[in-house]
Design a protein around this ligand. Structure first.
Ligand SMILES: [Zn+2]
Ligand SMILES: [Zn+2]
Length: 621
């Protein structure tokens, strides 16, 4: 354990100490180290119950009030965080010592007799014949080495700091409380988890908190609400996003953009149904390898249908529709394919992890000869797309099979061919000059792949695009082509998704720009603000001019003050704000304010239109 982890873990003990002082009946769960900090789980129900009965048993008015205030105190809330934090600081300054002891099972059970969760852990350690260690937090007499009293004892494997002297009292903070099931099992009791963050220095903490604040502000779920882009509805179902007009507008722009680009790169777009019969997924291997991620079947006229988790088998059916010759290859079939995957409710995250989404999917059917060239072309296409959106902070991950993992790769018959595919992917990355990391065991069940990875605003890693080689489906689906010698050969398939899922891509763009999307993607590009009703006619004229030039403008609500309207447009992150008053009417101009560039001042309307059109055309970020 690194020194910062020891500090974080020691803070979790101090947290438990401070909480127990205020809530002596609290039952302790566990308090481990996590990324950037620590947490501790508590069960506060003992205090609450006791006070509840007190209220019921006591009818005197004054007592009732007192009890009620006690009750409020008993349930741990956000308001207690700063008190506990303060107490932890005091404890740190006492230079408390952490001391490890090895004790017997019997001693442990006696020591933790009032702590049911600890007892459960002790019994488990005993069952597994694991030793029991405890950590005592001890107070020393001023200036002397002799120890006078133990302040707190926890069941713990350690390690810890030697003394709280090693902890900077100003470099930690309790951040939030949340519900958490005991041992992460939803059948168990819900405990109260108190989270904290800790660093070695205050400046590191400040920097982290600033990042956290930014993440909270730029989280796509927050922006989705603020900018009215998408919503979820419990009645419709978890993980099933509804795009609102502005959100769909952005989605449509993304689709139009990639459609045009793919057309220019000789892709042919198709549209296939969102479900298919059971046999198809038996054949494709999805039911053997991917069933846990699929929805349960729907029975129609005694036949089982599954919502498609991937578009591949549907595209294979299109490939098979006619005999293919080497002259037809490579064949690139693309689809904005609507797929459904079963994600557990606990992992659903806004538009990043959903149950129904649309992939920017394509399958390239090629002979081995063209395989590498096609992979390089996909990488080039990906780069072009990411450059257009100003995405720079992505990296490549080469995901290879782990043949020791029998469950996932056990039925791979021709390992040599997989190895060849892995080699070609690696070569394509190298030849196109990319750095990449290798991930053994992350390959898909049908072949090795390149994943394009990004981090969201919280620092969580996610796959945004993918290029996969498939040596599995050709034989399963009997996909052949006739080679130059007139011989039938199995086809090689590349699965690729450049933007991945449109939903996730949109979430990523929103977080990256903190909602201030590039001009060409903005649902409203220009907000027109007329100072008074006398300027309404002129504002209408401007609006009409912009609309005629395919610029999306909106007239602001005259009933609000000018400053309020400017603020509102800024909250909506509208790129251009045009203010028109007496001067602008007289000069046939507008007064321009740009979201990023600030006040740009008075400009002739024709000149502005030309400028905006150029910016849209060049997809200025
Ligand atoms: Zn510990
Ligand atoms: Zn596929």
């Amino acid at each position: 354990m690194s020194s910062i982890e020891k500090i974080r873990h020691s803070l979790s003990h101090l947290l438990a100490m401070a909480v127990l002082e205020k809530f002596p009946k609290a039952k302790l769960g566990v308090g481990p180290v996590i990324e950037n900090g620590f947490y501790y789980d508590f069960d506060f129900s003992a205090d609450t119950c006791r006070l509840n009965t007190q209220i019921n048993a006591d009818n005197s008015h004054s007592h009732q009030r007192k009890s009620a205030s006690n009750l409020r105190e008993s349930a741990f809330g956000e308001e207690h965080l700063s008190q506990v934090e303060r107490r932890m600081r005091e404890l740190i300054k006492q230079n408390l010592i952490f001391k490890k002891e090895l004790i017997s099972y019997a001693e442990a059970k006696k020591l933790f007799k009032d702590q049911p969760y600890k007892l459960e852990l002790i019994k488990e350690l005993q069952k597994n014949k694991k030793p029991i260690t405890i950590y005592k937090t001890l107070e020393t007499v001023k200036g002397q080495k002799s120890i006078v009293k133990s302040q707190f004892t926890d069941l713990c494997a350690g390690p810890h700091v030697k003394s709280t002297k090693e902890i900077n009292p100003d470099a930690f903070k309790l951040t939030k409380i949340a519900g958490a099931y005991w041992r992460g099992n939803e059948k168990n009791k819900m405990l109260t988890r108190i989270y904290g963050v800790a660093f070695e220095t205050k400046s590191e903490l400040d920097e982290y908190l600033k990042k956290l604040e930014n993440a909270q502000k730029c989280d796509h779920r927050v922006l989705g609400e603020q900018l009215e882009l998408f919503m979820f509805d419990e009645e419709i179902g978890k993980g099933l996003p509804l795009l609102l007009p502005k959100g769909y507008f952005i989605r449509r722009q993304l689709e139009n953009y990639i459609y045009e680009l793919e057309r220019r790169n000789d892709y042919f777009h198709v549209l296939t149904p969102i479900l298919a019969k059971e046999d198809l997924y038996k054949k494709s291997g999805h039911l053997a390898h991917y069933k846990d991620d699929m929805y349960a079947p729907i029975v129609i006229e005694d036949e089982k249908y599954y919502l498609k988790p991937m578009n591949c088998p549907h595209h294979h059916a299109i490939y098979k529709r006619q005999k293919r010759s080497y002259r037809d290859l490579p064949l690139r079939l693309a689809e904005f394919g609507h797929v459904h995957r079963f994600e557990r409710s606990g992992v659903l995250t806004g538009l990043i992890r959903v149950r129904g989404f649309t992939q920017n999917d394509a399958h390239i059917y090629t002979d081995e000869e063209n395989l590498e060239k096609e992979i390089i072309n996909v990488i080039k296409l990906t780069e072009e797309v990411y450059k257009t959106f100003g995405i720079k902070d992505y990296w490549y991950r080469l995901s290879l099979p782990d043949f020791k993992n029998k469950e996932k790769f056990g039925d791979v018959k021709n390992k040599k061919i997989w190895e060849r595919g892995s080699k070609i992917l690696k070569k394509a990355l190298k030849d196109s000059g990319h750095k990449f990391i290798e991930a053994i065991g992350e390959a898909s069940f049908y072949g090795p792949k390149i994943d394009i990875q990004v981090k969201d605003v919280w620092g969580h890693e996610d796959t945004i695009g993918t290029v996969q080689v498939d040596y599995y489906s050709a034989s399963r689906f009997n996909l052949f082509y006739t080679n130059k010698k007139g011989k039938e050969q199995p086809i090689t398939i590349i699965h690729r998704a450049v933007m991945g899922a449109f939903e996730r891509f949109m979430a990523f763009l929103l977080e990256k720009s903190c909602g201030a999307l590039p001009l060409w993607l903005s649902p409203i590009q220009v907000e027109i603000i007329n100072v008074g009703s006398a300027h309404r006619r002129y504002a209408n004229f401007i609006n009409q001019q912009l609309t005629t030039n395919n610029i999306r403008a909106h007239l602001s609500d005259e009933n609000l003050t000018v400053s309020k309207r400017i603020r509102e447009a800024e909250i909506q992150k509208i790129p251009y704000i045009l203010v028109v008053g007496d001067k602008e009417v007289k000069n046939k101009t507008v007064n321009v304010r740009h979201y990023h560039r600030g006040i740009e001042g008075e400009i002739k309307i024709n000149k502005l239109i030309e400028k905006i059109k150029t910016e849209i055309e060049n997809k200025i970020i």
